[in-house]
Design a protein around this ligand. Structure first.
Ligand code: ZN
Length: 473
């Protein structure tokens, strides 16, 4: 039982803190939520979340969470009042939004690093979501704060967020064996809306296989779209489920992409299936954003109360989309006087691969790769990164520490030098962030190459966004 006096004091204190605190990106920050939780305890969070008459939708995944949440917010804004938070993706950020915003629906990004640093099952219990949206699940950080964090635990943490759900719907990627398996396992308890790709001509040639999430054997891939996303099956009977919403055709122009999206999605609010058949004109936003588009449209079609207007709203949002929906610091190709510099955060193997794919269509000559390295104990990330660097076949490589350890960055540089002749190392200090930003900007600006990609590890907003702004000046 929640003590009502304590609950009300917690609510008043949290709200008072909110009015004193400055608003952070994507929400009112996290401090009011912190104050509320501290005074009222977890039971009060649960009571606060139950004020959402419709319920909460949580968005999680390794990459694409913030973009998917942003797109879902754009779509839902046409239909209903809701409370939301993104970018600050911890429980206190959700609590802050619950405290300070209005609406019967909640749309919250929630990130989980691992079981030690995240509390996915607790969050599930307290927020009692009607929806969990999965974007991707891949190897993010081999270790967090020096603690070995095997992928098994990370995957388990993602699963735990929806494991106890007994109502609502899960929106998940059919092309990713790991997220698809979460759907298959939960299909007896809740509705599952899968999204995926069934279009020709967008296959990924050098990709990896992974272990079957059901039996542990290596999966057989018939088609790869992006790393381990594709058509797969296993001798144990596990295979890709049929997507409810799919991309069936894509035309990639220089200025516009035309995406044909079809399917039948279960709308949880009206408890009925909705047919969707759309042709969208979007900016050339990169292949990974096709998945973010599909995830956000599927989530929207599942939870909007305005099911009769679904297609009109989706067209309105996507046909008017410009690149500003991409979160600050993320990869973007900037044209500076005829020189193409692609830059932005790519601090795991998947993210860097996606950046390389975005850059490739621009490259028509020798390429320079300015690579910002991972830290100590992140050899697995480096291994994934190095594969991406090799796939781009750069003429010149500049290696810069992307994290704290200059010594480790030099070690990564030595490994790269064994396979490439033309490599330079700049031991820029992590602590002198402004100097590092200036030097990286200068390196891109003064480069002898017409095509430059600058990516790897580094803080999204503190570093990448600042370099981007400087380059555009
Ligand atoms: Zn299997």
């Amino acid at each position: 039982m929640v003590n009502l006096v304590r609950y009300n004091i917690a609510k008043l204190s949290g709200k008072a803190t909110y009015h004193l605190a400055k608003r952070g990106p994507g929400s009112g920050g996290t401090y009011p939520g912190h104050v509320f939780t501290k005074i009222g305890g977890y039971d009060s969070v649960s009571k606060l979340a139950s004020e959402l008459k419709t319920g909460a939708v949580l968005i999680t995944g390794t990459n694409g969470k913030t973009t998917t949440t942003t797109l879902l917010i754009k779509l839902m804004s046409n239909d209903v009042d809701f409370r939301y938070s993104y970018e600050n993706n911890i429980l206190n950020s959700i609590v802050t939004s619950l405290l300070t915003q209005k609406g019967d629906l909640g749309i919250f990004e929630y990130g989980i690093r691992n079981l030690t640093y995240g509390i996915p099952d607790t969050v599930e219990r307290l927020i009692n979501p009607i929806g969990v949206v999965y974007t991707t699940i891949s190897q993010e950080h081999a270790q967090v704060a020096g603690v070995k964090n095997p992928f098994e635990d990370y995957y388990k943490a993602k699963k735990l967020l929806s494991q106890a759900m007994t109502r609502g719907a899960i929106i998940t990627n059919a092309d990713d064996p790991r997220t698809a398996f979460i759907g298959i396992e939960k299909s007896k308890d809740v509705n599952i809306n899968y999204y995926g790709i069934e279009a020709e001509g967008i296959e990924d040639s050098n990709a990896e296989t992974i272990e079957c999430p059901k039996c542990g054997e290596k999966l057989i891939f018939l088609k790869h779209f992006l790393n381990h996303r594709g058509y797969y099956q296993c001798n144990c009977g596990f295979k890709r489920p049929e997507p409810n919403l799919k991309l069936v055709n894509a035309k990639f122009g220089v200025n516009k992409w035309i995406l044909t999206i079809k399917g039948e999605v279960f709308n949880y609010i009206a408890s009925k299936k909705i047919r969707i058949d759309l042709k969208l004109k979007v900016p050339p936003f990169g292949f990974h954003n096709i998945y973010n588009t599909l995830a956000s449209i599927t989530a929207y079609a599942t939870f909007t109360p305005k099911s009769e207007r679904i297609e009109t709203t989706i067209k309105k949002v996507f046909n008017n989309l410009d690149m500003s929906f991409i979160p600050p610091g993320r990869f973007e190709v900037v044209n500076i006087g005829g020189k193409y510099v692609g830059l932005g955060q790519g601090d795991n193997g998947d993210a860097l691969k996606i950046n390389a794919m975005c850059m490739k269509p621009y490259v028509e000559g020798p390429l320079e790769f300015i690579y910002t390295t991972p830290d100590e104990k992140e050899d697995e990330i480096f291994k994934d990164h190095f594969n991406v660097i090799k796939s781009m076949n750069p003429k010149h490589i500049i290696v810069v520490p992307g994290r704290k350890s200059t010594r480790k960055a030099e070690e990564y540089f030595e490994i790269i030098k064994k396979e490439f002749d033309n490599v330079d190392f700049y031991p820029l200090s992590y602590d002198k962030l402004d100097e590092r930003i200036d030097k990286l900007t200068e390196l891109a600006h003064e480069s002898d190459y017409k095509y430059v990609i600058m990516s790897g590890c580094g803080e999204e907003q503190a570093m990448w966004e600042k370099i981007k702004i400087k380059l555009k000046e």
